[in-house]
Design a protein around this ligand. Structure first.
Ligand code: PDD
Length: 280
């Protein structure tokens, strides 16, 4: 069966989903998006995702008339049409299509598209072995709190890591860790404190990040939301990444230097378990 996707009010076969050549998403990356997890037919933290989406739209002054219920219904219907009870949805809203111009046009309607994918199952051994990541200067713009589709810098940096045989990159701005190319970064320091950067304009405030902070606090793990340096990253007992699609993903090497004992750490595993229980 061909995948069904959504474009501007219509559910269509994936191969028939198109947008205009002058869509501002296509020409200018003038759009925002969300990736949301469906587990056992339930959308995980949907309210937080839609709240963040509406915030991104408002920050970029994209006028969007529909409400959260409309979007939630589209997403659930899309999963149902694709016979998926577990998976992720990619939902994108651009400012719309018009003759190319720099100033935000006022008389156009946003383009809404959505498509779903099945979940990638990560085997236990890969989780245990952890990712090998590089560090790289964070060359993105300074409004990373907006979930914008302008992701070329992130793709380019991640590609460099993958071409060099690593899995991903942790970004550094002014000596401090911001986040990974498509995920938030957590470390566990020598006292067992879980640390992740405070949600400023240099990171996306991840929904998985927020949920993990809450789960950690409720389960007796000390948490600090504060800036931390590359040195603290390299000396950490544990490092892991978090996102909707990676969930909790331990990191065992940073710039080829081994973190902790080179395997997924205790707190990372505990939080991974707590998060899995939560989404189940
Ligand atoms: N990315 N930081 C960045 C730069 C991200 O792109 C993402 C997610 C996150 C984690 O956010 P969340 O926990 O809400 O997924 C942090 C998605 C998954 C993506 O672009 O595919």
């Amino acid at each position: 069966m061909e995948r069904v996707s959504f474009v501007n009010g219509k559910f269509l076969p994936h191969s028939q989903c198109f947008v205009h050549i002058e869509d501002r998403g296509f020409q200018l990356a003038d759009g925002v998006y969300e990736v949301i997890l469906l587990k056992n037919n339930k959308l995980i933290d949907i309210d937080w995702h839609l709240q963040r989406l509406f915030r991104s739209l408002a920050e970029l002054e994209i006028k969007f008339e529909q409400n959260k219920t409309y979007l939630e219904q589209i997403i659930l219907e899309l999963f149902a049409k694709n016979n998926l009870t577990d998976g992720s949805v990619y939902l994108q809203i651009t400012r719309g299509a018009t003759n190319r111009q720099q100033i935000f046009p006022t008389n156009i309607s946003p383009t809404i598209t959505a498509t779903v994918s099945p979940l990638k199952i990560i085997n236990q051994q890969d989780l245990e072995n952890g990712l090998s990541v590089q560090t790289h200067q964070d060359i993105r713009w300074q409004r990373c709190d907006i979930k914008s589709t302008s992701l070329l810098a992130s793709c380019w940096i991640r590609q460099k890591a993958v071409s060099a045989g690593d899995d991903d990159t942790i970004l550094i701005r002014d000596g401090f860790v911001t986040e990974a190319t498509f995920a938030n970064v957590f470390i566990v320091d020598k006292n067992g404190t879980l640390i992740t950067r405070n949600a400023d304009n240099f990171i996306l405030q991840g929904i998985t990040r927020n949920r993990l902070i809450e789960l950690a606090k409720n389960n007796g793990i000390a948490v600090l939301e504060k800036k931390f340096t590359v040195e603290e990253l390299l000396q950490a007992r544990e490092v892991f990444l978090s996102s909707t699609t990676l969930l909790v993903r331990p990191v065992s090497k940073v710039d080829r230097q081994i973190i902790g004992n080179g395997k997924a750490g205790e707190i990372s595993k505990k939080l991974s378990g707590l998060y899995n229980n939560f989404i189940h």
